[in-house]
Design a protein around this ligand. Structure first.
Ligand code: ADP
Ligand code: MG
Length: 873
């Protein structure tokens, strides 16, 4: 117990898994907590005593699963092992913390999603004395499994919250003070992760710590907040791995402006990585694009998608690689087949560095490294096809696909070493041995010979003793408790030779040993023990050798990932008929026959209706999209946004042709009524998000506004939408797509030169509304809302009454044109409801709520409650 308490003292915020024999035990409050969370039986130690200690346990072989569940729930688990053999221990067996598993630091492969990074992040804030100028937040994040380590600085807390949503770390570290209710981190905590308190070092300390740990260190003076956050992440991650090093060699500082700024709402609304409703991967843009063959490829693709580039030359480099592969379908097929044999080199090298790699992992590294030179050659040969001079070959390969730099001599040597050392199919675990190849190590060979020889001799004894005793059923057997023995069945016990020593009686007969057998046995066991120890030693050495080359192995993995992503994008382009976009520094967007990549993939082949889009900050800056519900407005606008993002990530795009003037930021807002999935979608949120656009958009941005203002009454809504559109036109100049069912807004084009009207076409056919899904010039003349209502089956009398009211409203609008004139046409009810007891209760209840802060569900619940309050009819 003292041992346990010592460890618990050092890790008060974690659940301690304390190894006792074949179990991990938990004690005290840890046991109570874990028993509840994991559905374990809570027992007590020293049963019967008054102050008995609560405890519970899990078998060590099943621990992984329990640990994963606890970390998924946001807990930290300290794993404490016996670090000396209980047989050899004098007194108490020594125990040490070998690893700490936290939501952000998981190294167990089976608990990780291979196709997504697992980040631990930290945020740092300027100290009190800071002037208020300069960045507001430093953000750093690390994937402990691959050593990917990045940091940046954000100008505002809002931008930091958006970046957190894009990085999606599972755990975020901040100083305890920042985590307080009104602390600096409060506005960032809309990112739902495990938020852990930690000390964030000052600039000088942080710089020194990073310099000591990394080969490449960024300039601490220029980016103090990023560096401080990075040092905090590194220190925390290191503390989780007392037994191993981290596979981290450099910190990549990045400028948020090098990628399209995508805020949380845009990522969600455009369904880039998951759907808005249900949060499923299927139905997202990523799912359409992800034809990658390897896990590092899948991780990189996600990064490309979430960080579209803004530099034209860099975008073209990616497009060059995709196009080059697209033109070579046979090569693509071969490369894809070869990639299937390449394992996750990044994470495997990480495991070696962390000291947790097993023989099978080493085997996978060997096989993957061995495949690299052939891959590199294949690419180079394809590039050289038809070229006269070999120099031309080298230049003909798109730089992104150049694997020669990673198919190096040192990696080839490592592969050769692993080939020499390991059997063809190494076992999963080192502890059972049997993975060193014959002929690699004299000690191993010798031990195996002795052990095998001993076993042969033992088998020979069986034959000889059968003859000598005349017992044909005599058998030499082995078990873990007794070792080798001779088993004789009951009926033959009379014939047992006198020199046999009885060891054990079993139901079927008796078991004996002989001095000769015992001697052979101890030889075999000694040889096997030496063998295991020697194999373990060799394994550790091999792991060390891989760890020593971890960075080049990781670099090779990254190069393979880039090839994999380019291949996937080429395959998608071919399969889905995408074209290469023209990308430039202009401020126009010119899309001919664009399609929505996800909707197109979901509707019947050939039924998706393509549409053009022209936007131009100089001429057609704002495109107002009108048309009835279900006509295709949202789909049209999202497809434009998708095409822009695809182009800037370096992908081909679903269109006949596309010219994209690169965007620096992309904003989307979906009106509250259209945005039920986000739960918190009140009008207030919608307006806050709109405010963020008006504050953040530039002339180079792309703004997609879908039914903004819908979350409030019609007149408020029209007025807000109108004013927002004017502001975007007059003050910002960002390319804007603006969908609205307020067809009143089409009048904007009369007073603002860069506003264009388009509308989603519908036709009436035999009294029915037919959606053509075609976006054509000109605003919608009317909203068709009543037609849709009729289609939906509203009673005929309601429909005709609605037409009547609409007629009056339209007359009113054309006469006076003001909102209040329209308002006065609305039929008004009695001035006040007579108040009885039930009425007063309703009024009180209504006064107590804030409609801006209600979800649709809460509102519905309240209507039901009010209905109850007024009593039966
Ligand atoms: P709106 O925003 O005008 O209400 P949506 O864009 O949500 O309409 O489109 C409604 C449905 O129509 C979509 O779910 C999709 O299935 C279909 N749709 C939209 N645009 C197209 C198109 N261009 N081709 C084929 N189907 C489309
Ligand atoms: Mg819509």
């Amino acid at each position: 117990m003292r041992q346990f308490l010592d460890i618990k003292d050092r890790h008060p915020d974690a659940i301690v898994f304390f190894r006792l024999g074949d179990f991990y035990e938990m004690f005290f409050e840890d046991a109570v907590l874990a028993a509840g969370l994991l559905d374990l039986t809570l027992t007590t130690r020293d049963k019967g005593k008054v102050d008995a200690i609560p405890m519970c346990g899990v078998p060590h072989h099943a621990a992984r699963n329990y640990i994963a569940r606890l970390t998924e729930l946001g807990h930290k688990v300290v794993i404490c092992e016996q670090t000396e053999d209980p047989k050899l221990a004098k007194g108490l067996v020594k125990r040490e913390v070998v690893r700490i598993v936290t939501p952000g630091v998981v190294v167990d492969e089976e608990s990780l999603d291979p196709r997504a990074a697992r980040y631990l992040a930290a945020v740092a804030f300027p100290d009190e004395r800071a002037t208020g100028k300069g960045p507001a937040v430093g953000l750093a994040y690390l994937d402990v499994t691959t050593g990917e380590f990045r940091a940046t600085e954000l100008a505002t807390a809002d931008a930091a919250a958006d970046e957190l949503a894009r990085v999606a770390p599972r755990e975020v570290l901040a100083e305890a003070a920042a985590l307080a209710e009104d602390g600096a981190a409060a506005p960032l905590r809309r990112w739902k992760a495990a938020w852990s308190a930690t000390a964030i070092p000052d600039r000088a300390t942080a710089a020194a710590e990073l310099a000591a740990a990394l080969a490449d260190v960024p300039d601490a003076a220029a980016h103090p907040l990023a560096v401080r956050a990075a040092a905090a992440v590194l220190a925390y991650a290191r503390a989780t791995q007392p037994a191993g090093a981290l596979p981290v060699a450099r910190l990549a500082l990045y400028d948020p402006a090098a990628a399209v700024v995508l805020d949380e709402a845009a990522i969600a609304n455009l369904e880039l990585t998951q759907t808005l409703i249900g949060g499923k991967r299927d139905g997202s843009l990523l799912a359409v694009l992800d034809e990658t063959a390897t896990s590092p490829g899948a991780r990189l693709l996600r990064r490309w998608l979430l960080y579209p580039l803004t530099e034209v030359a860099a975008i073209r480099r990616r497009l060059d690689a995709v196009e080059w592969l697209l033109q070579r379908p046979d090569l693509r097929r071969e490369l894809r087949a070869a990639l299937r044999g390449v394992a996750d080199l990044e994470r495997l090298a990480g495991k070696a560095t962390l000291g947790v790699a097993q023989p099978r992992d080493l085997g996978r590294i060997r096989d993957s490294l061995a495949a690299l030179p052939a891959l590199a050659k294949q690419l180079a040969a394809a590039a050289g096809k038809g070229k006269a001079a070999p120099e031309a070959t080298i230049d003909a390969l798109p730089p992104l696909l150049d694997l020669r730099a990673v198919a190096t001599a040192e990696l080839a040597r490592l592969a050769a070493r692993l080939t020499d050392a390991l059997v063809d199919e190494p076992p999963a675990l080192a502890k059972d041995g049997g993975f060193i190849r014959d002929g690699f190590d004299p000690t191993v060979d010798e031990c195996r010979r002795l052990a095998d020889g001993g076993k042969d001799a033992i088998l020979a004894i069986e034959t000889r003793e059968k003859e000598r005793s005349g017992i044909s059923s005599l058998k030499v057997r082995y078990n873990r408790v007794f070792g080798y023995y001779i088993e004789i069945t009951k009926s033959h016990l009379g014939k047992v030779p006198a020199d046999y020593l009885r060891k054990q009686t079993v139901a079927t007969g008796e078991r004996f040993v002989t001095p000769e057998l015992a001697e052979l046995e101890s030889k075999v066991l000694a040889a096997e023990e030496t063998l295991l120890a020697r194999e373990a030693e060799l394994h550790a050495a091999l792991v060390g050798q891989v760890a020593g080359l971890a960075q080049p192995v990781i670099a090779a993995g990254a190069a393979i990932a880039a090839l994999d992503v380019a291949l996937a994008l080429a395959d998608v382009a071919e399969r889905r008929n995408f074209v290469r976009p023209e990308v430039d520094d202009g401020v126009a967007l010119d899309i001919v026959d664009g399609r929505h990549p996800v909707v197109e993939a979901m509707v019947a082949a050939g039924t998706f209706v393509p549409n053009d889009a022209h936007l131009d900050a100089d001429r057609e800056q704002i495109v107002l999209v009108t048309g009835p519900n279900m006509a295709g407005k949202s789909t049209f606008m999202r497809q434009v946004a998708h095409i822009v993002l695809l182009a800037q990530m370096g992908s081909f795009v679903p269109a006949k042709s596309a010219r994209i003037g690169v965007c620096d930021r992309l904003f989307t807002r979906v009106g509250a009524a259209d945005n039920l999935a986000r739960g918190d979608s009140t009008f207030m949120v919608e307006m806050r998000e709109t405010a963020a656009i008006l504050a953040g958009a530039t002339r180079r941005s792309l703004v997609v506004l879908d039914e903004v203002g819908r979350g409030t009454s019609t007149f408020d809504g029209v007025s807000i939408a109108w004013a927002v559109a004017e502001f975007l036109h007059d003050a910002i100049g960002a390319r804007t797509l603006f969908a609205t069912h307020y067809h009143e807004l089409t009048a904007l084009a009369e007073t603002r030169p860069r506003v264009r009207n388009v509308s989603a076409q519908v036709r009436e056919h035999k009294g029915e509304v037919v959606f053509l899904r075609r976006i054509a010039a000109g605003g919608a003349s009317r909203s068709y809302g009543i037609d849709v209502a009729r289609l939906a089956g509203l009673p005929r009398s309601v429909i005709s009454r609605a037409r009547q009211i609409l007629g009056k409203l339209e007359v009113g609008a054309s006469l006076g044109g003001t909102a209040s004139a329209q308002l006065s046409l609305l039929p008004t009810g009695p001035a006040a409801v007579p108040v009885d007891a039930g009425g007063q209760a309703v009024i009180d209840r209504l006064r107590a709520v804030d409609p801006d802060r209600m979800t649709p569900l809460e509102a519905l619940a309240m209507v039901a409650e009010l209905r109850r309050l007024v009593g039966p009819r």
